[in-house]
Design a protein around this ligand. Structure first.
Ligand code: PGA
Length: 259
């Protein structure tokens, strides 16, 4: 069975006070066997690492440079985020593609740095509303996946996570329906399976885009949806804990129903 994952993407939100408020209650809540990952802004990774120390919750970064060190003002390397305790790194988030012009090629280079450092890349993919309306969802998301497969080969995806986040669902309250999300997840998994069936079978594919405590269970009930990448709802302590709990309950009930 694939690992169920809930990843909190705080984006450029938070403060030292918010960390003190959000993380201790999360640490006290057992949501085993779901793996919870928190990705605060870079500036708070050290503080978050200290607050999460000794817990099952893992730390992630929202971005990392494709370079290891050097004259790259304002950038943070994978070695640096690793030293701060990160295990996961988001790569190719649509806000980075959109606001900072990150191309598929750059995303593949960043992905390579992350996995070579032994960290787990969380490759974000997804189409815009116009692309969906033009029936280009398949073309767009598979192109984003192929950028990794063609440059790095399927083995690079072995210890990776994919997060399907349709751009029209991010921060809008318009979640994709479980069926819409499932059909893209299945398409992505089948595509990766053509390159390497074992990688495809084991790789968690998360859904992101207005995920919250009310819709996570229906999404996770789909066979190819293995968790959620949660933005806005991860900034409210109760809401995020309830989201993780809903994911845990679902997994338990699925395990109980197994023969
Ligand atoms: P959202 O963001 O949950 O606020 O839609 C998700 C994301 O961008 O990762």
């Amino acid at each position: 069975m694939r690992q169920k994952l809930i990843i909190a993407n705080w984006k450029m939100n938070g403060s030292t006070v918010l960390l003190e408020r959000l993380l201790p209650p999360l640490v006290r809540t057992s949501v085993k066997p779901v793996q919870v990952v928190v990705c605060p802004p870079m500036a708070y990774l050290a503080q978050a690492g200290a607050l999460l120390a000794g817990s099952r919750i893992m730390l992630g970064a929202q971005n990392a440079s494709e370079h290891n060190s050097g004259a790259y003002t304002g950038e943070t390397s994978v070695t640096m985020v690793k030293e701060l305790g990160c295990k996961y790194v988001l790569v190719g988030h649509s806000e980075r593609r959109h606001h900072y012009g990150e191309t598929d090629d750059l995303v593949a280079d960043k992905f390579a740095s992350i996995y070579k450092a032994g960290l787990v890349p969380v490759l974000c993919i997804g189409e815009t509303e116009a692309e969906r309306d033009a029936n280009k969802t398949r073309e767009v998301v598979l192109r984003q996946v192929d950028a990794i497969l063609e440059k790095l080969g399927p083995c690079a995806l072995f210890n990776a996570v994919v997060a399907y986040e349709p751009r029209w669902a991010i921060g809008t309250g318009n979640t994709a329906t479980p069926e819409q999300a499932q059909s893209v997840h299945q398409m992505v998994r089948e595509h990766i399976s053509e390159a390497d069936p074992i990688v495809a079978r084991h790789m968690p594919i998360l859904y992101g885009g207005s995920v919250n405590a009310d819709n996570i269970a229906d999404l996770l009930a789909m066979p190819d949806i293995d968790g959620g990448l949660v933005g806005g709802a991860s900034l409210e302590s109760e809401e995020f804990i309830d989201t993780c709990r809903a994911a845990r309950l679902l997994r338990n009930s699925m395990e109980e129903s197994l023969p």
